[in-house]
Design a protein around this ligand. Structure first.
Ligand SMILES: [Zn+2]
Ligand SMILES: [Zn+2]
Ligand SMILES: [Zn+2]
Length: 330
């Protein structure tokens, strides 16, 4: 058995798995589950400014004019994952791909909601830049962009960061969304997400917040209590097309929703996922990018892992009204 990551497909369900034994060696600063807002772990943090030697060389950065790559003077850095789940130099059976870490900021900040909206906009625009960069590699099919916040959500380092995993295949949940959306379009003649946005805005009970371009809604059939989706109100298949102004607005909306979530659900660990069209898919009429914010308000158990059905103890309508009540005005 080699230690090289390998991409395997379950013959029954078609589900993809990345088998990456070398990842077991990665640091586990957050090994034990604990409250998300525990004592700061800034000591020897490999993501803080000044510790650039602890990460591989940067592939993208926002830096002060005149500052040298891989030294201090940055506002945001993207580096290859030191413990990649995939590798760029593919052997035939190996998992070709590219795993990157986006370090949100040089200061030791653990809560993404503590970033200024302008800084969070830069993070959101960096997602856009990396998606565009990976789209140029025809071997890659999709980039999974996500954030793990807190040990319960899988974060191994507390310093706020995002992960970008470029894959040679479209992963299962996204493929399921694409197929479902395509089938809906064939039946109804319009985008299922546009329909969802319209229905939720008309109904209002699950709307958490709304801005000029975006709406945040409590998921109708959530996996976890307080699960919130953020969607562009107008049809938009590719996240890469987001404008700077819309990214700034999204940053502010995310901050307010995260603050409300912390207030009503006790600062839970959470993931957010960016669901967008596969690379080079063009302007799909049936798919519509969105961000799913999934708080870890419960531990998945047998029914969830074994059958994919989730038990949620807070109705989304109640979750939305609690989040609305806790939402900062600005
Ligand atoms: Zn740090
Ligand atoms: Zn749409
Ligand atoms: Zn989705």
């Amino acid at each position: 058995m080699s230690d090289e990551p390998e991409l395997r497909r379950d013959p029954v369900t078609g589900r993809w798995a990345v088998v990456a034994p070398a990842r077991a060696a990665r640091p586990h600063e957050l090994g034990d589950a604990r409250p998300r807002c525990g004592p700061a772990a800034a000591l020897a943090c490999p993501f803080c400014e000044g510790a650039e030697h602890d990460t591989p060389h940067e592939v993208y950065a926002l830096r002060a004019a005149g500052s040298a790559p891989n030294g201090p003077g940055w506002r945001l850095r993207v580096v290859p994952n030191k413990f990649p789940a995939l590798q760029t130099l593919a052997k035939p059976q190996a998992a070709y791909g590219c795993a990157e870490v986006l370090i949100d900021c040089p200061e030791h900040v653990e809560n993404p909601a503590d970033l200024s909206d302008a800084h969070q906009r830069d993070v959101l625009c960096a997602y856009r830049a990396r998606l565009a960069a990976h789209a140029a590699d025809p071997r890659l099919a999709h980039v999974a962009v996500f954030k793990n916040v807190g040990a319960e959500a899988g974060a191994s380092i507390a310093h706020t960061h995002s992960q970008l995993i470029a894959l040679p295949v479209v992963p299962g949940l996204l493929q399921a969304e694409l197929s479902g959306a395509e089938a809906h379009f064939a039946r109804a003649g319009h985008c299922v997400f546009c329909e969802l946005v319209e229905r939720e805005r008309t109904d209002g009970t699950r709307v958490v917040a709304e801005t000029a371009y975006f709406v945040a809604v409590a998921a109708y059939a959530p996996r976890f209590a307080y699960e919130v989706w953020l969607l562009p109100k107008e049809h938009a298949p590719c996240y890469e097309a987001i404008a700077d102004g819309a990214a700034l607005e999204l940053a502010g909306l995310m901050r307010r929703v995260l603050r409300a979530l912390d207030a009503v659900a006790g600062a839970p660990a959470y993931n957010w996922f960016l669901h967008t069209s596969p690379l080079r898919a063009g302007d799909l009429p049936h798919y519509h990018w969105h961000i799913e914010l999934m708080p870890r308000t419960a531990r998945p158990a047998g029914l969830e892992w074994g059958f994919g059905a989730h038990i949620v103890t807070v109705a989304p309508e109640r979750a939305a009204s609690a989040l609305r009540a806790a939402l900062p005005a600005q």
